[in-house]
Ligand binder design. Structure first.
Ligand SMILES: Nc1ncnc2c1ncn2[C@@H]1O[C@H](COP(=O)(O)OP(=O)(O)OP(=O)(O)O)[C@@H](O)[C@H]1O
Length: 335
């Protein structure tokens, strides 16, 4: 809920950049905003003289209340309130042979990472697709998905502005003729974020942290490499997307710093599900879902012993990545 005190004491210029639609409120109420300088709405109302207030029958109390109400309704209407998703629950369905999955139900909480492992063709992507679709017994697996313990509002399935789920798929092929800056600005503006420039900077910095070779805001999105565009989409999803659930299919092919990518995503308080064949990524998750023959076979918690193995794997990954960098830079790697 929008706080009235906060709204009326915010500078009008800031209010207008955060909620561009407030201009129509000012117009409808015939408020002259030419000479506002850096006043807040309250200061602006107080700047009227008693005669003006009398003459134009200005009710300052009511105007303050109406402004807060107007913003609050618009925010709700436009779906700008961040979804408060605390948990995601998967209810058991059937495997490829039609046998009921034995796990009953499985709940994932906010800021948790869950990996999905299993042989090729076992049904990892299918599980991600069930979640994206908010399956309600209407997919081949007959699984059901609950959000905050309830069947999600079906409008979430189709709405683009208020998507429950952001999906990072294997390849990101940009077709539009835009620079990175233009692309990010468009996205930030469509989300009506407070400070577009700052947001754009944050995203490109995060993306460059993940990508091997750095790129600038003036690079054309079509000119980004596979790994760079993937890094850009991860940073963009983490920082700008309001979708509280992020699904990742095969991050390992992207040639980006996977550990940092996960940190970026998880820091933003999201639920992350990631299908992977990579042991380090599988163990980085708090829990992992094991899929076999189209069904969830088991759910395993990554215990301290496995986490210890993870540091072994990380040391190996580090070695591989150092060698990769050297080879890429034309150096030799003989001892
Ligand atoms: N429970 C199920 N019932 C019926 N069909 C299923 C079930 N689970 C998965 N499938 C189907 O099996 C096929 C392979 O599944 P999927 O693509 O999800 O495998 P995957 O584990 O992601 O494979 P890869 O590791 O190669 O990406 C798909 O056509 C999928 O729809």
């Amino acid at each position: 809920m929008i706080n009235r005190e906060k709204i009326v004491s915010k500078k009008i210029a800031d209010l207008r950049s955060e909620y561009p639609f407030v201009d129509s409120f000012f117009e409808d109420n015939k408020l002259d905003l030419e000479s506002i300088g850096d006043m807040s709405f309250r200061e602006y109302l107080n700047s009227y003289t008693l005669e003006e207030i009398d003459e134009w029958a200005i009710d300052t109390e009511k105007l303050e209340e109406d402004l807060a109400e107007y913003i609050s309704q618009m925010v709700e209407f436009l779906g700008l309130e961040k979804d408060k998703v605390e948990s995601l629950t998967i209810l058991a369905g059937v495997n490829k042979s039609g046998e009921t999955e034995s796990f009953g139900e499985f709940t994932i909480k906010r800021s948790e990472i869950v990996s999905i492992v299993g042989p090729t063709g076992s049904g990892k992507s299918r599980l991600l697709a069930d979640i994206e679709w908010a399956a309600d017994g209407d997919t081949p697996t007959k699984r059901r998905i609950l959000v905050n313990g309830e069947t999600p509002d079906k409008s979430n399935r189709f709405s683009t502005s208020n998507k429950l789920v952001a999906q990072l798929s294997q390849n990101m092929n940009f077709v539009m003729d835009l620079t990175v800056r233009e692309f990010l600005e468009l996205h930030a503006k469509s989300r009506l974020v407070e400070n577009v420039e700052e947001m754009v900077q944050r995203i490109v910095e995060a993306a460059n942290e993940l990508a091997g070779e750095k790129f600038s805001l003036d690079t054309a999105v079509t000119g980004l490499s596979g790994g760079q565009s993937r890094a850009l989409m991860i940073a963009d999803t983490a920082i700008l997307s309001t979708s509280p659930i992020v699904l990742i299919d095969e991050i390992e092919n992207a040639g980006i710093d996977r550990k940092k990518a996960l940190d970026v995503l998880v820091n933003e308080e999201k639920i992350v599900l990631m299908a992977t064949h990579d042991p380090s990524l599988a163990l980085m998750a708090d829990r992992r879902i094991v899929i076999k023959n189209g069904g969830i076979k088991s759910i395993i918690e990554t215990g301290p012993e496995e986490k210890a193995r993870l540091s072994e794997l990380e040391a190996i990954d580090k070695l591989v990545s150092e060698m990769r960098t050297k080879l890429r830079n034309g150096e030799t790697v003989g001892i």
